[in-house]
Design a protein. Sequence first.
Lengths: 110, 110
Amino acid sequence: MGITKTQNFTDEQNELALLGKAFSHPARIAIIMHLLKSQQCINSHLIEELGLAQATISQHLKELKTIGIIQGTVEGTSMNYCINPVCWNALKKKFNELFDQFEDPTGNCC
Amino acid sequence: MGITKTQNFTDEQNELALLGKAFSHPARIAIIMHLLKSQQCINSHLIEELGLAQATISQHLKELKTIGIIQGTVEGTSMNYCINPVCWNALKKKFNELFDQFEDPTGNCC
DNA sequence: CTCATTCATCATAATATTGCGATGTAACAA
DNA sequence: TTGTTACATCGCAATATTATGATGAATGAG
């Protein structure tokens, strides 16, 4: 089949999974890291840094943009991407809420 | 192509992406959430909760186990899965280091 | 206008993922 | 031993993802 049964899961689960997808590929991690460091990113700069084709990088940027993590503005002939603060803070909060739900059982488990 | 160019990225980027995969599918999020709540999970319990076939759930559990997030022990005829505290705390730390690298530029960006 | 630059999009190929039925295996009960 | 339960694994089909070359659109330089 290959199709995710989205209707089986809660909105929260689907949303977290969507955000998680942003962090599930090393190229996207690398793009995000680049953005965190330089506070901007331009497709052509990433070609050298990532060693991927321009079309591939453009596709990853589009995905991150669709998820909402990044946003971009036209800057002459190039695009200037940056992290979307609202989305970033929201996902940080959501994942931390998940992370903090774990309490170390110290021995009553596997 | 469809094959990720792992060699293009740093170990850190590949590792984060691997951990991110655990959170990139709603079924795996649901399994993790179930584990956080009940501190254990058994394949057959999840069949009803997730509405997926037993084989599918087993596959997701195997993935989470391979990543290292969960571990399981035999409990009679069933398997008792739980979160691996070491891995959980490590990934929590790693993602928070990433999350905290962002500083809101308050206006000097897109 | 013409040309170069930059990025998006399209079309395509290769691989990965998701999902499930069928089957195999291990443990326990009777 | 036989049957049952619970899970893993196999094999397969359908869809998704990753990656690239080719092409198209927009901007700025000359």
